[in-house]
Design a protein around this ligand. Structure first.
Ligand code: GTP
Length: 332
């Protein structure tokens, strides 16, 4: 029998033309399948290694059509349940963030891409995690079908915690844990503007510990630090959640009381003065002592062009309190 073609030692040389082609096609198909298998393996290794969930959502069917393996790790939930019911994703979102997460995903239909979506989820085990969930509009090959939205949801919890810690360090006085001077005045300016805009009342209080140098000189710097910490705690205890309180100098503190009427502000200032006076400190040598503070209080006036004029009045009132014998509240 004649050979159909000279195919070298591939073995096909013995086959008639049609059979050889079929075999060739089969071998190609096998090679292609092996190549695809390798690719799939590579992609699933990549997807498994990324600390982010890749997902695809069929907008028309309101159905999740793909979710990468990281879903199970990041959400602590079953991907099969999510693929069966998109409500699973929604249920995982922290209740306060559901509205934002949904609206920002809807925006992708108009904008084509939404790259600034951050929201919290509650993992299957109850842990709270932060996600950055970017999403993009994907067109389908078949134009008759509706759009798909593809996304990448990255776990940014550690980054958020770090940002929070940096923010805390930048705004807090290390010794007393109250707001530092810069942060206090930044917030105070905001409250000043708001009070002027809405013509609401605002009280400003300055507090300076009396004879603090003597406390340091008599009982040591460390004892002085304890006094500062305790005075800051008195401030936090007496003031309301919505008030601002900060350490604006060595032994000087300030407070802003938004929406506080003069009578109440005066009561609060006097309560703070008494609270500080009541605290008993014990020095290293066993000696017990108390400290006092002088307070200057003032209120926002319609004629105040800037916060600095309110501050100047409170400062003058505080110095009057010092001059008049300390341990008192003076309204300026
Ligand atoms: N322990 C401690 N002392 C501080 C700190 N910051 C400032 N001081 C001290 O606070 C003292 C402030 O002293 P003065 O400004 O003379 O005020 P005073 O002794 O309180 O006097 P009056 O204000 O008139 O009652 C100084 O001795 C500073 O060294 C701090 O962080 N810790």
């Amino acid at each position: 029998m004649r050979l159909a073609s000279n195919q070298g030692d591939s073995g096909m040389g013995m086959l008639p033309g049609g059979d050889a082609q079929t075999l060739l096609a089969l071998m190609h198909a096998r090679a292609e399948a092996a190549r695809l298998g390798e690719r799939e393996q590579l992609f699933s290794t990549l997807l498994g290694g990324v600390n982010a969930v890749l997902w695809a959502f069929d907008w028309q069917a309101q159905r999740m059509i793909y979710v990468s393996p990281a879903y199970e790790r990041i959400f602590g939930r079953s991907p099969a349940l999510l693929l069966a019911d998109y409500g699973e994703w929604r249920n995982a979102i922290y209740p306060d963030d559901v509205e934002f997460a949904q609206k920002s995903m809807l925006a992708v239909l108009d904008e084509g891409a939404v790259e600034t979506r951050e929201y919290r989820i509650i993992r299957g085990d109850g842990q709270l995690r932060w996600l950055s969930d970017k999403c993009f509009l994907g067109r389908r090959a078949d134009r008759g079908q509706g759009p798909i939205i593809v996304g990448i949801a990255e776990d940014i919890t550690e980054k958020k915690q770090l940002e929070g810690e940096l923010q805390r360090l930048a705004t807090t006085d290390v010794l007393t844990q109250s707001s530092n001077r810069r942060h206090f005045f930044e917030c105070a300016r905001g409250e000043f503007e708001r009070a002027r805009q809405f013509a609401s009342s605002l009280a400003f209080l300055l507090l300076d510990i009396d004879d603090f140098k003597r406390i340091n000189d008599t009982h040591g710097h460390q004892m002085g630090d304890q006094v500062l910490q305790k005075v800051a705690r008195c401030g936090a205890a007496v003031l309301r959640q919505s008030d601002l309180f900060g350490r604006i100098g060595g032994e000087e503190f300030a407070a802003v009381l938004p929406g506080c009427q003069p009578d109440l502000a005066e009561q609060i200032a006097e309560r703070l003065q008494r609270e500080i006076e009541r605290v008993v400190f014990t020095a290293e040598n066993g000696e017990r002592f108390r400290v006092t503070a002088s307070l200057g209080l003032t209120y926002l006036k319609a004629s105040d062009p800037e916060l600095s004029s309110v501050f100047a009045r409170a400062d003058a009132a505080m110095y009057t309190a010092k001059r008049l014998g300390k341990n008192q509240v003076i309204v300026g």
